[in-house]
Design a protein around this ligand. Structure first.
Ligand SMILES: Cc1cc2nc3c(=O)[nH]c(=O)nc-3n(C[C@H](O)[C@H](O)[C@H](O)COP(=O)(O)OP(=O)(O)OC[C@H]3O[C@@H](n4cnc5c(N)ncnc54)[C@H](O)[C@@H]3O)c2cc1C
Ligand code: SF4
Length: 509
C-alpha cells in the first residue's frame, strides 16, 4: 500500500516541479504515461510527439536514479488505459492509493479532466512561472486595458533583470525600435545545436513512425535535445553565437532558413528542460560581459519575462471558452496548403515547409505570414488554433491559444492586441527575401500576378470597417483606402473575392 501517486505530465519535466517537491520520495509513487488521448486529441507533428516521449523516458530514468519509484507507461504497453485519468485509476488500484498529487496542467481540458477524476486529486500551482495566477489577476484587475509593456516593466523590477539602481539598464525599458532590420544578405550563424539520437531516442522514433507516421511533418532527421544537459548546451551555443544579432534580425525572414538568430529554446523551456531563470540570467550575463548588445538582450529577455508570462496570464484569466472566441465571425476552412499542398505564394509555402521539416518556425513567420494570411482570408480561428497546436513542437494551449486566438487572429476582440496584426505584401517584401522567388508580384496591386496579400489586406479592412475605422492606430489605413478611386476599390474587392473563391475550390493559388 502506498499513500499517494504523484502525477508528472509530459511538459512537467523539471526535477523541482511542485508535485515532486511536496511528495515523499520514500513513500509516494510517481506516475508518468504516454497515452493516446494526449498524443492524438489533435494530430501533433511527429517531431513533437517524439521529443516529448523521449524526454519523458529520460526524465523517468533520472527520477529512478534519484531514488523515486516511478510507474511509467509506454504507449505500446498492453495495459495502457489510454488517458491520464485512466492511467491514474489503473495505477491507484495496483498500488492501493486513493490520493494524487499533481501540478496544474497548462490546459483547461486537462485541468477539468483531473477535477472530474474519481480520485482525491490535488492540483498544486505550476510555480515554474514568474507570475502566479493571483499575481497576474492582481495586476490585471481594475485596468481598463491590458498591455504587455506595463506588465513587463513590473516583471523587470520584480526580477531585477537588466536593472541598475532601480532604473532600466541602458536608460530605456524597450529597445524595439532598433530591432527591425530586414533580412541580412548572409547569415553568420549555422543554426541551433543539433543532437544525434541515442538508443532511447531511436526507440521512440520507431514507435512514433509506426503510430503517427501519417501526421503532417517530418519525423527524421531528429536533432532536438531531449535532456537538460543537452538543452543547456544548446542554450550556451545560442547565447555565444546568435544572441548578439538576435535583436537586429528578430523580425527578418529568409527562405530556407527558419532559424536566423532565434534561440530555438521554446520546446525545452515549455517542457521543463530549461527554466526561464537560467535562460534570462545567461542572456544578462552576456550583456554584462560585453558579449551582446543591450538591444539584443533586452529584446530577448522581454520575450520571456514579458510576452511568455503575459500570454499565460491572459489564458488563465480568460477561462476555458477562450479558444472558441471568434469576434470577427470568420468561417472559411483552413486551405490545404497549410498541410503542404502546393501554393504559389512563396512566403506561405516557405513557412509551411520550415514548419513541416522542423516543427518550428520563428515568431514573424507565425505572425506575419501564416497568421496574417489566415486572418486576411477570414479563416475560422478555431481551425487556425488547432493547426498551430498541432504543427509546432513548443505548442501547449496556455501559450499557443493567446498567441493565435489573441495576437494573430484578433478573435478575442482586442484583449491581447489593440489592433490586428495585418499587412499587405509590402511588409513581407521589406523583411524577407520571399518575394523575389514568388509567382506573384508584390508590387502589383491588381490584375495579372497581383500579390494576394495586397488584395486581401484591403478586402479585410473594407469588410471590418465598422469595427476598426475608429481605431486610432488604423485611421491612416482607412484614409489611404478612401483616397483610392471607386473603380480601383471595386477591382480590388472583386479580385480578392475571386481569389478566395478559387482557394475554396481547392485550386492552386
Ligand atoms: C501565431 C503564433 C503562435 C505561437 N505559438 C506558440 C506556441 O505554441 N508556443 C510557444 O512557446 N510560443 C508560441 N509563439 C511565440 C513564439 O513564436 C515562439 O515562442 C518562438 O517562435 C519560439 O522560438 P524561439 O525559442 O527560437 O524563440 P525566440 O524568438 O528566440 O524567443 C525567445 C523565447 O521567448 C519566448 N517568446 C517569444 N515570443 C513569445 C510569445 N509571443 N509568447 C510566448 N513566448 C514567447 C519563447 O519562450 C522563446 O523561446 C507563437 C507566436 C505566434 C505569433
Ligand atoms: S509576392 Fe506576395 S505572396 Fe509572394 S512572397 Fe511576396 S508577399 Fe508572399
Amino acid at each position: 500500500m502506498v499513500s499517494r501517486l504523484v502525477l508528472v505530465l509530459g511538459d512537467q519535466l523539471s526535477p523541482d516541479i511542485h508535485a515532486l517537491r511536496e511528495a515523499d520520495r520514500a513513500e509516494d509513487v510517481v506516475v508518468m504515461a504516454e497515452v493516446m488521448s494526449e498524443a492524438s486529441y489533435v494530430r501533433h507533428h511527429p517531431k513533437k510527439i517524439a521529443f516529448l516521449f523521449a524526454a519523458m523516458r529520460k526524465f523517468a530514468a533520472r527520477l529512478r536514479e534519484d531514488g523515486w519509484t516511478v510507474d511509467y507507461t509506454e504507449l505500446d504497453d498492453t495495459e495502457n488505459a489510454g488517458s491520464i485519468p485512466g492511467e491514474l485509476l489503473r495505477r491507484a488500484e495496483q498500488r492501493g492509493a486513493a490520493e494524487v498529487l499533481a501540478t496544474e496542467p497548462g490546459e483547461w481540458r486537462l485541468i477539468e479532466a483531473l477535477n472530474d477524476c474519481p480520485l482525491d486529486v490535488t492540483q498544486l500551482s505550476d510555480d515554474r512561472f514568474l507570475a502566479s495566477h493571483a499575481r497576474f489577476e492582481d495586476w490585471a484587475k481594475d485596468r481598463k486595458e491590458l498591455r504587455m509593456e506595463w506588465f513587463y516593466r513590473e516583471m523587470r523590477r520584480e526580477t531585477g533583470l537588466l536593472m541598475e539602481g532601480g532604473e532600466p539598464a541602458g536608460g530605456k525599458w524597450n529597445f524595439d525600435h532598433e530591432n527591425r532590420k530586414p533580412a541580412p544578405g548572409e547569415i553568420d550563424y549555422g543554426g541551433p545545436m543539433e543532437f544525434t539520437p541515442d538508443e532511447v531516442v531511436e526507440e521512440v522514433l520507431d514507435l512514433v513512425e509506426a503510430r503517427f507516421g501519417e501526421n503532417f511533418g517530418d519525423l527524421r532527421p531528429f536533432t532536438l535535445a531531449t535532456e537538460p544537459g543537452q538543452a543547456r548546451r544548446a542554450l550556451t551555443h545560442f547565447i555565444k553565437n546568435a544572441l548578439p544579432k538576435f535583436g537586429d534580425y528578430q523580425d527578418a525572414m529568409l527562405e530556407g532558413n527558419g532559424f536566423l538568430y532565434h534561440a530555438h529554446v521554446s520546446f525545452y523551456l515549455n517542457a521543463g528542460l530549461l527554466s526561464w531563470q537560467e535562460i534570462c540570467e545567461a542572456a544578462e550575463e552576456a550583456w554584462r560581459q560585453g558579449d551582446a548588445p543591450i538591444n539584443a538582450v533586452e529584446g530577448f529577455i522581454r520575450q520571456i519575462i514579458g510576452w511568455r508570462e503575459y500570454m499565460r496570464g491572459i489564458y488563465f484569466l480568460q477561462g476555458p471558452d477562450y479558444t472558441s472566441r471568434n469576434i470577427l465571425r470568420h468561417d472559411r476552412d483552413l486551405p490545404g496548403f497549410y498541410w503542404g499542398a502546393e501554393t504559389r505564394m512563396n512566403c506561405v509555402g516557405s513557412a509551411v515547409r520550415d514548419t513541416k521539416e522542423h516543427a518550428y518556425a520563428h515568431h514573424i513567420q507565425r505572425l506575419m505570414v501564416t497568421g496574417n494570411f489566415a486572418l486576411l482570408a477570414g479563416i475560422d480561428p478555431h481551425q487556425v488554433h488547432e493547426w498551430y497546436l498541432e504543427v509546432y513542437a513548443d505548442a501547449y494551449e496556455w501559450v499557443e491559444a493567446p498567441n493565435v486566438i489573441g495576437m494573430s487572429q484578433f478573435a478575442d476582440g482586442g484583449i491581447v492586441g489593440s489592433k490586428p496584426y495585418i499587412s499587405s505584401g509590402n511588409y513581407i517584401d521589406r523583411m524577407s527575401d520571399y518575394c523575389g522567388g514568388c509567382h506573384y508580384d508584390v508590387k502589383t496591386k491588381t490584375g495579372e500576378g497581383a500579390c494576394p496579400f495586397n488584395l486581401l489586406y484591403w478586402a479585410f479592412l473594407d469588410r471590418h470597417r465598422d469595427r476598426f475605422e475608429r481605431n486610432p492606430r488604423m485611421g491612416n489605413m482607412y484614409r489611404t483606402w478612401d483616397r483610392m478611386k471607386d473603380e480601383k476599390r471595386d477591382t480590388i474587392l472583386a479580385e480578392a473575392e475571386e481569389f478566395l473563391g478559387r482557394m475554396e475550390k481547392g485550386e492552386v493559388v
